[in-house]
Design a binder for this molecule. Structure first.
Ligand code: PA5
Length: 367
């Protein structure tokens, strides 16, 4: 696959790949990469810019990059998103200063095939370019080059990732709700919603899945929140947040229900027995940390249910490329069905345009 070839080239010529994008143009890739790679081990780094206009962040990033061999994958379907375009300007400038004409080979563009300023620039400068199919919006684009190129550059197997999605696509064509898990999840959400539970808390028990939380929030928030309808998508990492939000979830306003993701992964890190049992934890010896984490998951779900917080545990077979491909496809399909249950269009985001209009008015942008 051409994407694998480009990814190999990026990795062999660089120490860092900068993924420059916002919203659906970076979250899918970050979700998979964070979930499946070991940041402490990898010598080749992937960093993400384009989501913030904090001068601190920009200055620090440029300072870090100036002494590194780096490439940029700028990702913007519209090719006009202010945050992405502005950061790309700084990155392109640094690349051109550092490498001169050779900068061209270190810029990879992912954009719409038919329109947008980024597409025009990529044609003019002859950058390596990947196209996003016109009918696929950012938050649904993780299986296009938007997600696949950075994922491949991280060393993960994108063929397995797609295999997982294909399997989910096959399974979720099932018309009977008894056999279709996406229909069941969508219905679970809808029933909570019409019963006054308007906030869904999406919970993971592993900080490596923090980006999955962010991706899920964008997917459901932007797809459903329109025409005065929709569930508010919130997320947590437990047990961390049990010690900050736990009190509210258990005992506060009854506006929440939970969806918990659980990966079936056998544990290797065993608790050892110690002589003086100073912390009183010897009763846990011979258990793995994963098993303890799982027991906290089950116990917490029971306690929250007793506090009138409904919860659903979604079990995923394996935390690997195929498992993630399956899970992300499942969540996208569920989101579409859930939006249709609410009677909204899952594929547009008219509300996002309004903030842009106000900002452009303040800055007197000539349209
Ligand atoms: O899901 C979406 O369509 C959005 O979140 C976009 O991904 C986000 O606004 C970035 O847009 P673009 O890729 O055009 O820069």
């Amino acid at each position: 696959m051409d994407i694998n070839k480009t990814a190999k080239k990026i990795v062999s010529n660089n120490e860092v790949l900068v993924v420059c994008g916002i919203g659906g143009s970076y979250l899918g890739a970050k979700t998979v990469i964070d979930a499946l790679t070991n940041n402490f081990k990898s010598e080749f780094k992937i960093i993400y810019l384009g989501t913030s206009l904090s001068e601190d962040e920009i200055i620090e990033a440029l300072d870090y990059l100036k002494d590194k061999e780096f490439a940029v994958n700028v990702i913007s379907k519209s090719g006009t998103t202010l945050e992405t375009a502005l950061i790309f300007r700084f990155l392109k400038n640094l690349l051109e200063k550092k490498y001169g004409a050779e900068a061209r080979s270190r810029i990879i563009v992912t954009t719409d095939e038919f329109s947008g300023g980024l597409r025009e620039l990529s044609i003019e400068k002859e950058y390596k370019t990947y196209f996003i199919p016109s009918d696929i919006g950012g938050r649904y684009s993780v299986f296009t080059p938007v997600g696949l190129l950075p994922i491949a550059a991280s060393g993960l197997d994108i063929d397995e990732f797609i295999k997982g999605a294909r399997l989910a696509s096959k399974d979720l064509k099932e018309v009977s709700i008894e056999k279709n898990l996406a229909y069941q999840y969508a219905l679970y959400r809808y029933i909570n919603y019409i019963n006054g539970k308007s906030v869904e808390l999406f919970v993971n028990y592993n900080p490596k899945l923090e980006s999955l939380n962010e991706w899920w929030k964008q997917l459901f928030g932007e797809s459903e929140g329109k025409n005065g309808k929709g569930l508010f998508p919130a997320s947590s990492i437990f047990p961390k947040d049990l010690h900050s939000l736990g009190q509210f979830i258990q005992d506060g306003s009854k506006i929440l229900f939970e969806t918990i993701i659980s990966f079936n992964k056998p544990g290797n890190l065993m608790v050892e027995k110690i002589g003086n049992n100073f912390d009183g934890l010897n009763y846990l010896s011979s258990k793995s940390v994963s098993e303890i984490n799982k027991n906290i998951k089950i116990g917490t779900a029971k306690a929250h249910f007793k506090g009138s917080v409904n919860n659903l545990i979604i079990e995923v077979d394996k935390r690997d490329e195929k498992g993630l491909g399956y899970l992300l496809y499942f969540l996208m399909k569920s989101c579409v069905i859930s939006s249709y249950l609410l009677g909204v269009n899952p594929f547009d985001q008219p509300g996002v345009e309004l903030y842009k209009k106000e900002v452009f008015e303040i800055m007197n942008k000539k349209q």
